[in-house]
Design a binder for this molecule. Structure first.
Ligand SMILES: [Zn+2]
Ligand SMILES: [Zn+2]
Length: 136
């Protein structure tokens, strides 16, 4: 199984070999500030993600960096501790994946009403971020 993705202008493209984790919504302040909303992220083992093009990295904390396209500004990756790299789900080309939950809900924007019935965690939550199958 190979999934593909890109930024808006196509200056950065990538391939993911093998399965993608279902989508987790992250409502943390960093995700809000970098995306303009909350983030919907899949993920995959770092060594299964082949990135081509002029991706740039921004060190968003001491332990993580965010990958973006310097031409169109598209947000593509969050690369932090652990073996997986997060992939912004909207940049995937028609990947067949479901969403599994919300993290950092304590930081969510006031205008966001979560009404999808998926599990919610106030902060980070490994039971959500390591799920491999949708809950419904
Ligand atoms: Zn671009
Ligand atoms: Zn976040």
């Amino acid at each position: 199984m190979v999934n593909t993705g890109s930024c808006l202008c196509g200056g950065v493209k990538y391939e993911v070999i093998g399965p993608l984790r279902p989508v987790v919504y992250c409502h943390c302040e960093q995700c809000r500030k970098t995306s303009g909303h909350h983030v919907a992220a899949s993920s995959a083992p770092r060594n299964k993600v082949k990135i081509k093009g002029k991706l740039r990295w921004y060190a968003s904390s001491k332990t993580a960096r965010r990958g973006f396209c310097p031409t169109c500004g598209g947000n593509l990756f969050w690369d932090g501790p652990g073996e997986n790299i997060s992939i912004m789900a909207g940049t995937l080309d028609n990947a067949d994946i479901n969403a599994i939950g919300h993290i950092f809900v304590a930081d969510k924007a006031a205008y966001v009403d979560i009404c999808d019935g998926l599990p919610q965690a106030a902060q980070d939550d490994e039971t959500i971020t390591t799920m491999v199958k949708p809950t419904r």
